[in-house]
Design a protein around this ligand. Structure first.
Ligand SMILES: C[S@@+](CC[C@H](N)C(=O)[O-])C[C@H]1O[C@@H](n2cnc3c(N)ncnc32)[C@H](O)[C@@H]1O
Length: 184
């Protein structure tokens, strides 16, 4: 439980089942996409969004190496257009915000498009489906993005959604904050 990546991975393993339909809204180097592709099995489907062609290419490569590309739809476009590409109910949605570590730190997720995407993603989420977002506040624009998500999640009707915020209260240097939302 020492970082957000480990926690999201554990939750993913508990939630995503054979046959699940899931989305990785920030593919990056494809670690989450690859993991999801294994969990959904032959009968499931993974959608993956990233605005960087390089991220899509790297991920396609790693999926091909493990013969998992057949169950993954990689989309080189912004996750705020999720409704343009997905027309089915989703079991699980994950976002890892900010910039790609070891990548171009100027290419970051933005408060307005992240919020637009999350609002649309909630419409596609199944009842009992789960949405996880790891939010970073240490870079420029990160705090604003976190605050806009916090305000939006806080405003949701508790009869329709259950939202948790996890934070590492004894870690230095702006540790990531994880939101977990379940649709009731
Ligand atoms: C923190 S990284 C994701 C890391 C990834 N989960 C992994 O396992 O490597 C964030 C990614 O979001 C992407 N991104 C930024 N804005 C986006 C948008 N509007 N839609 C989709 N992806 C976006 C960036 O290109 C970057 O690759």
């Amino acid at each position: 439980m020492k970082n957000a990546v480990e926690i999201t991975k554990k939750i993913m393993c508990l939630t995503v089942k054979e046959g699940s339909v899931v989305v990785d809204c920030t593919v990056g180097n494809g670690k989450d996409t690859l993991h999801l592709a294994k969990l959904v099995g032959d009968s499931g489907r993974v959608y993956g969004f990233d605005i960087q062609q390089a991220a899509i290419d790297i991920t396609k490569n790693s999926l091909e190496k493990e013969s998992l590309l057949d169950r993954v739809i990689l989309i080189n476009d912004g996750h705020e257009k999720i409704d343009k590409y997905i027309d089915e109910e989703l079991d699980f949605i994950i976002y890892n915000l900010g910039y790609l570590p070891k990548g171009d730190k100027r290419i970051i997720t933005e408060a307005s498009t992240t919020l637009e995407s999350v609002k649309k993603a909630l419409q596609l989420l199944k009842s009992n489906g789960l949405l996880l977002i790891t939010s970073y506040t240490g870079h420029e624009g990160g705090k604003e993005e976190y605050k806009s998500l916090f305000t939006f999640f806080k405003s949701l009707d508790q009869k329709k959604y259950s939202v948790l915020e996890f934070s590492f209260i004894n870690q230095k240097n702006n540790p990531p904050i994880l939101f977990g939302l379940e649709k009731i």
